[in-house]
Design a protein around this ligand. Structure first.
Ligand SMILES: [Fe+2]
Ligand SMILES: [Fe+2]
Length: 158
């Protein structure tokens, strides 16, 4: 799905301030998939969420959609480091950690909380997305994550 300059500007206008936040920028220090930082991953999910919403005329609330997308993995740790066992079961618990950090560091409402909280459905089986925005981010995250994982696997081949 192609992102035009006007799409890029529209997304940038909505998440520029969030991306400049010093705590959000800490996501640059952590790897999400392969060599992709958590910050970059969230940015990609935000762009794809925007494009899916536009392509399928879903009429989502854009500030909720893009704020939720940009903060959906705001958990702030290296999930690959399980030396002390702390991040075992990362897949199951990180959505709550991301939501708590978003509450702590950012001014978010219940709709954005819902986007972050339910983005790991169906792994978090009981957390079915309840809003259009939460569904879009949940799907965009799956698509971006799969692409990042497959691309990285390709890089690893001899
Ligand atoms: Fe996640
Ligand atoms: Fe994600």
């Amino acid at each position: 799905m192609k992102c035009s300059i006007s799409d890029y500007k529209a997304v940038q206008d909505l998440i520029g301030d969030i991306k400049d936040n010093k705590n959000v920028r800490r996501m640059k220090d952590f790897i999400q998939h392969g060599r992709i930082s958590t910050f970059k991953h969230c940015e990609r999910v935000a762009f794809l969420s925007y494009l899916l919403n536009k392509r399928f005329n879903l009429h989502a609330d854009l500030p909720v959609l893009l704020t939720g997308a940009m903060l959906h993995d705001f958990y702030l740790y290296d999930w690959h480091d399980s030396s002390d066992g702390t991040h075992r079961l990362h897949g199951y618990f990180h959505a709550s950690k991301a939501m708590n950090n978003a509450r702590k560091y950012m001014d978010i409402d219940k709709l954005v909380e819902q986007v972050i909280y339910s983005h790991m459905w169906p792994l978090n089986i009981t957390r079915v997305p309840k809003t259009k925005e939460a569904w879009i981010v949940c799907m965009a995250d799956k698509i971006v994550s799969l692409k990042e994982t497959l691309t990285e696997r390709k890089h690893k081949k001899p």
